[in-house]
Design a protein around this ligand. Structure first.
Ligand code: GTP
Ligand code: MN
Ligand code: MN
Ligand code: MN
Ligand code: MN
Ligand code: MN
Length: 202
């Protein structure tokens, strides 16, 4: 297992740790940008209150709720609509990396559980509508949902520009790893986008 990674069972035995669950919701789409650039997939992330990009979800207390029930509760708060997430959607658990944006006074370690769930494009649109209107956290913990541009424009913007932004915790590698594993982008496209995102931040 990669460093910092642990199994779901091992993670749940860490009763003194804090736990957080986040999910990448995505769909296929036939829509085309400017009528010519296939968008191919809609991947949902959010602009958080702290200006960082991340996935919807949040802190869960495994002594009071299952990881998946806790995640579903967080999604209701942040998206304004129930999106049931189950153990089948579970991907991995790992200890939170130490990061300048997330250094907290609390000393108990944080375990991050990650899920991926494919839904229908129509469902994505309902979520976006609810997240911008009825969601309890709209304008507070969540400033807005965003779609990830997976294409590259003629000027090499698009996916690479998106990757050059700042992300919470390891959300950026959760995104990149999931896109590769699910074949939503090819290794070559990803390599080019990562290289040019590094140039943008240089
Ligand atoms: P409160 O209701 O204010 O407690 O927030 P929350 O429950 O929605 O928690 P949040 O979503 O901020 O997640 C808790 C912690 O998990 C954050 O402080 C980050 O350290 C981390 N985190 C947040 N989003 C992500 C994400 O997309 N990926 C990863 N890996 N970690 C995240
Ligand atoms: Mn929340
Ligand atoms: Mn949250
Ligand atoms: Mn919360
Ligand atoms: Mn909250
Ligand atoms: Mn889009």
């Amino acid at each position: 297992m990669a460093s910092g990674q642990l199994s779901r069972e091992e993670a749940l035995e860490c009763s003194s740790s804090r736990h957080a669950c986040h999910v990448m919701l995505y769909s296929d789409t036939a829509s085309q940008l400017f009528g010519r650039t296939p968008i191919r997939h809609i991947v949902l992330m959010q602009m958080r209150f702290d200006g960082l990009l991340g996935f919807p979800g949040g802190l869960v207390d495994p002594s009071e709720e299952t990881l998946e029930d806790g995640l579903t509760r967080e999604l209701l708060e942040e998206l304004g609509v129930a999106v049931p997430v189950s153990v089948e959607d579970y991907v991995e658990s790992r200890f939170a990396p130490s990061h300048p944006h997330t250094s907290s006074s609390s000393s108990s370690p944080l375990i991050l559980h990650f899920y991926v769930k494919k839904i229908e494009e129509e469902h994505i649109r309902e979520i976006e509508k609810a997240a911008a209107s009825t969601a309890a956290d709209h304008g507070l913990e969540v400033l807005g949902m965003v779609r990830v541009p997976l294409y590259s424009t003629k000027s090499h913007a698009g996916f690479s520009c998106f990757l050059s932004h700042s992300f919470i915790g390891n959300a950026r590698s959760q995104l990149v790893d999931s896109l590769l594993r699910l074949h939503l982008v090819s290794p070559g496209e990803l390599r080019r986008a990562l290289r040019s995102s590094q140039r943008m931040n240089a």
